[in-house]
Every structure is written in C-alpha cells, then in structure tokens.
Design a protein around this ligand. Structure first.
Ligand code: PHE
Length: 442
C-alpha cells in the first residue's frame, strides 16, 4: 500500500480517544489495583506515577513520532529511521510480544463477557448457566476467549476510522463517569476508609527494587508501550498534530483512569472483606490475581440490591469495550505489517494472525497454572520495558536529531524554544536508558 493511501484518524479528538482506548484497559482496572494491593498500596502508587511521567511518557513521544514520521508499519518504520543498522528485528520481537499479550488478554477479557452475560441469564432464572459463566473451567474459558477474539477481528477488519475510532470516541468518557459514580457509592460503605488509607498513605517499608521493576512494567503495559502499538497508531496520525501534547493527554487520561480505578477497587476490597470475602492469603498477598475484579466488584454489586444488577451490567459492558479498544490496537500491529510487507488484504491478514493467537491462547487455557503468569511476566515485566529501552536508544542515538526536530515541528512550530525540546532529546538519549538499566541490573 502506498503511504498516501493509508487510512488516517479523522480528527484529533478521535485519535486521542483511540490511543487512550488502547492504553485504557485491563492494565488500569485489573493490573494496576492488583499490583497496588500486592505491593503495599500508596508506595506503589507513587513509584508508578514517577515511572509514567519520567520514563514512559518520553518513550510514548518517541514511539508516536517514529510512526508518524515513517507513515508505515513498524518493520518499515524502523528501517526508515536507520537504513544502516538492521533494527527492524525489534519490530519482529514486538510482534511476538504483542501477540503473546493478546493471547492472555483475551482470556481475561472473555471472563468479563461471562460476567456480563451471566447478569442477563440470571434475570431469566437460568442460575446454572449463570454459574457456569462465572466459574473457572477450560470449556468456559475457551468459549469466551473465542467470542472476544471474534469481536476483536470484526473491528480490526473494518479498519481505522470506521472501526477503532468510532468505538473509542464515545465510550471512554462514559467509562470515566461510571467509575466516578461507583467510587462515590463505595465511600458510603463501611470498611472503605481502611482501603483508602492503604491507597493514599505511604508506608515506605515496602519500597524495593522489585517494586520499581513491577511499577515500570505496569507503566509500559498501561501505556501500550514497547510493542510498537503506539508506533502504528502514530503512523495513522496527520502531520499537523502536536505530538508531545497529544502524548501528554493520553498519559494523563490513562493515569487518571488507573488512579480512579484504585480509588474504587482498594476501598471495595476492604468493604468486601468486611462482608466476609477472603481476599488476602496468610502471607499478605492477594489470594488470586483475579480476586479484585471478579470477586470484590461482584460482591460490591450484590450489596446494591436490584440496582446492582444494572450497574454491574453497565460496568462489565464498558469494561468489555475498554478491553476491546486495547485488543484491537494489539492486533493492528501484526496486521499492519502483514498488509504492507506481505501485500495481503486486511481480512486475510486479520484471519490468519487471529488463528495463531487463538491457538496460543488455547494452549495457555489448557495449562493455565503453568503458563498464564509466566506469559504475563515474560511480556510485561521483561519484553515491554526492554523493547522500550531500544526505542529510546534508537530515537536518541540512531535517528538524526535534526530529522526528529523537523518531524515534531510539523505540529508544533515553536518546539525549538520549548521546555520539552530542551530536555527530551538528552533525556531519551541518556537519562532514560541509564535509569532503566539501573533498575534492571540491580
Ligand atoms: N494498555 C493496555 C491496558 O492497559 C494493554 C496493552 C498493552 C494494549 C500493549 C496494547 C499493547 O490494558
């Protein structure tokens, strides 16, 4: 496909919503509160915020800028940045990483579908089916994962402006509103205060390098970095957009949702504990990684009587959409490469790539205890930050600084005089890499 025939996001707001849609998902609502609860609360929150703004944000700008400059898929984009050094293998590793992420993501997203449908099924009095949908089993996991993947395929097949942008534009703000309403409700429940304390009052005895590594991985996962997703989205961006501003808006929106999710879920955790739900094991860690979203929140909805059923349905529906706007951004990475590098049609690329991902996902489902956490760790704790490190090195060392400047100037004429330009080039070249290496090698 010639670059001038590429699809583009039709409006700036649409792009922000699509990129925020990619960023906002299970990482914010499941990953962040779970990690915060497991890592001592407020300290994790503080380190996470530092990681987002000091490490992830500069790399987000880099990914978006590379994509928009090259107006191409990640393989070709990296080739264009540095024809001399063979760096397009980084795009290939990203494709592997993002496919593995989608394989486990689709399983959890499937559970959301299960909880959503179970509400309707309960109304019809089919309690056994409702139970089946919300109880862990291979058959249920497989069925729901496949439904979720089919939904993802459907949106990605329809392309950028039609599928991705429309989906995100209305629903992300709605999610924010629902969260705020639920947070206000939770504060009226007994036990909530204890959760709030844990979330907002730091106990620095929890501080450790492991915590820093978890927070770094969580920041990269939440902002969809280090797997070329944002590079691909950047390549669909028009030349007149101001990249640092847009990146900041996406990072702030994403962090706000994670913060509010914590504000809801940590207090909800203690409210549920008050109601007799066991949450922590003897060692003080969460019993299961699915406890917060799939036990604590349903417990909260139960306390609300019949309106709980309505709120629960809206919550799970919005969550499904939030995960869908993330999963489509994952699938778009290999698909954009297959379309442009292998000259395939969008629907063929979507089909065969999804079949591979569904296969990997099925293997994980069959060996859940052995493989699930392994893949989560491998991709989010190691692959994403390491690839992110390479993106920083590439933008800082291999990409001609004047070319970067020219690209950024297209949407921000006075950038040379800005505070951003005084700091960012050096930052991405030296400070980010050193900081990341320090954390890794400690
Ligand atoms: N950022 C998404 C979330 O928080 C997950 C994601 C990771 C999306 C990598 C795209 C790429 O749920």
């Amino acid at each position: 496909m010639a670059s001038n025939s590429r699809n583009h996001f039709s409006s700036k707001f649409g792009f922000i919503m699509a990129a925020a849609g990619s960023a906002i998902g299970l990482g914010n609502i499941w990953g962040f509160p779970t990690q915060t609860a497991n890592n001592g609360g407020a300290v994790f929150l503080i380190i996470y915020l530092l990681m987002v703004f000091l490490l992830a944000f500069p790399i987000l700008v880099a990914e978006l800028t590379i994509g928009r400059y090259a107006q191409s898929n990640p393989i070709r984009s990296l080739k264009k940045i540095s024809p001399k050094w063979k760096i397009s293998w980084i795009a290939i590793i990203s494709i592997v990483a993002v496919s593995l992420i989608l394989s486990f993501y689709a399983i959890i997203a499937g559970w959301l579908i299960g909880y959503f449908i179970s509400n309707g099924v309960k109304l019809l009095g089919m309690n056994n089916t409702a139970n089946w949908l919300t109880t862990f089993s291979i058959a249920r996991n497989l069925m729901l994962m496949i439904i979720f993947m089919l939904l993802t395929m459907l949106v990605v097949r329809n392309g950028i402006a039609n599928g991705i942008e429309k989906c995100s534009t209305y629903l992300m703000p709605l999610l924010l509103v629902l969260f705020i309403i639920m947070t206000i409700y939770i504060f009226t429940q007994s036990g909530a205060k204890e959760g709030l304390k844990m979330y907002l009052i730091p106990d620095f005895s929890h501080l450790s390098f492991n915590l820093a590594i978890s927070a770094m991985g969580q920041a990269f996962f939440s902002l969809s970095l280090g797997v070329c997703t944002m590079m691909v989205y950047g390549s669909y961006l028009k030349k007149d957009t101001n990249l640092p501003t847009i990146a900041a808006q996406v990072a702030i929106f994403d962090t706000a949702i994670a913060f509010i999710a914590g504000l809801l879920i940590l207090p909800a955790m203690f409210v549920a504990q008050n109601n007799g739900v066991q949450i922590f094991s003897e060692s003080g860690k969460l019993l299961h990684s699915d406890t917060l979203v799939f036990k604590v929140l349903p417990n909260l909805f139960n306390t609300m009587g019949t309106s709980g059923l309505v709120i629960s349905s809206i919550f799970f529906l919005l969550m499904i959409i939030a995960t869908l706007t993330s999963s489509i951004s994952m699938l778009e990475v290999p698909v954009s490469c297959a379309i442009e590098e292998l000259n395939q049609s969008r629907s063929i690329a979507v089909t065969w790539i999804s079949v591979i991902i569904i296969t990997i996902s099925s293997i994980i489902i069959w060996n859940f205890n052995e493989l699930f956490s392994f893949f989560v760790q491998l991709t989010t704790v190691y692959m994403q930050p390491i690839i992110g490190l390479f993106i920083a090195l590439i933008s800082g060392w291999l990409w001609n600084r004047n070319k970067v400047l020219q690209e950024l100037k297209k949407g921000y004429a006075n950038i040379q005089e800005s505070f951003f330009w005084k700091i960012w080039p050096i930052y991405i070249k030296i400070i980010c890499p050193i900081f990341m290496l320090l954390i890794f090698f400690h």
